[in-house]
Design a protein around this ligand. Structure first.
Ligand SMILES: NC(=O)c1ccc[n+]([C@@H]2O[C@H](COP(=O)([O-])OP(=O)(O)OC[C@H]3O[C@@H](n4cnc5c(N)ncnc54)[C@H](OP(=O)(O)O)[C@@H]3O)[C@@H](O)[C@H]2O)c1
Length: 255
């Protein structure tokens, strides 16, 4: 048994990481800014509470991120975590497939965090995953009532289930730090139009998709599937299984 600190342990992915690690008998600490939401209160942005949460932990899973602010605070947050992580045996950072090929602001900040960790001297593993089912669900639930939903219909995704990613994270943290782990993707690559078709079968909308031809390098990269890793289609749960399992749930993007 080891003591593991999970940052972002209250988030969409982190909740599953916490469950998986506890099932395996680890002593799991959950950092959160909100009193009562985790086991330790702390704010990575200021560093307050982070040292206490990390004291004596052998392993850290760093899954906290601020997507709503395009990850701008993530660099300071990661720096503060590294400063508190002295003596840790293994730090695992959750990143995103293709971030070095897609000049999206959030991805640039994720890449800067990867580089910070790689140069920190802390034994680490960086795991890049493809977009989570929950993210695609948030996008599609946001447009499902529109008669005509404007979407970048030809963007490609390889949606992956957070429970599958969490299992991979639990496996990796049990092993030696790898530097960079093999990418982790969902079982299938599909266009957003195809994902919307499945969504419609279970949620009744969006009735029609209006394909928006977005210009620029970011859009070109998503159209080409630079955010996918079909050679690592290792996640088990399909998009259809995910959508069918919980058709009434509401989704939101947070951070
Ligand atoms: N979403 C995707 O499709 C996707 C795909 C691949 C990789 N990833 C990566 O996977 C990781 C988890 O993503 P997610 O979607 O599960 O995240 P999420 O649901 O948005 O949760 C964000 C988490 O970050 C924590 N957090 C944010 N700012 C913090 C701060 N200043 N101090 C302490 N904690 C803070 C939040 O904790 P509290 O609010 O409780 O404080 C929350 O637990 C991220 O690194 C993300 O880049 C995401």
């Amino acid at each position: 048994m080891s003591t593991v600190l999970v940052t972002g342990g209250t988030g969409a992915l982190g909740r599953h990481v916490v469950d998986r690690l506890r099932e395996r008998g680890h002593d799991v600490r959950v950092l959160s800014r909100r009193v009562g939401a985790g086991t330790h209160v702390g704010d990575l942005a200021t560093g307050v509470g982070v040292r206490d949460a990390a004291a004596g932990a052998d392993t850290i899973v760093h899954a906290a991120s601020d997507f709503r602010r395009f990850g701008t605070p993530d660099l300071d947050q990661t720096r503060n975590l590294l400063a508190a992580a002295g003596g840790v045996r293994h730090l695992l950072y959750v990143s995103i497939v293709g971030i070095d090929a897609i000049p999206f602001r959030y991805y640039r900040n994720k890449l800067a965090c990867e580089r910070l960790i790689a140069g920190s001297g802390v034994p680490h593993t960086i795991l890049r995953a493809t977009q989570f089912h929950d993210l695609l669900a948030a996008i599609l639930s946001g447009v499902q009532r529109l008669p005509l939903a404007p979407l970048p219909a030809d963007f490609r995704f390889q949606p992956v289930d957070t429970a599958d990613v969490a299992t991979r994270i639990a496996d990796l943290t049990a092993g030696e730090p790898l530097g960079r782990a093999a990418d982790f993707g969902g079982p299938q690559v599909a266009t957003l139009a195809e994902l919307a078709d499945v969504w419609r079968q279970y949620r009744g909308g969006p009735k029609h998709v209006l394909p928006i031809p977005l210009p620029g390098r970011i859009a070109r990269a998503f159209r080409a599937g630079a955010n996918t890793c079909p050679e690592h289609a290792d996640g088990a749960r399909t998009w259809a299984e995910y959508v069918a399992s919980d058709p009434g749930r509401s989704y939101r993007l947070r951070g």
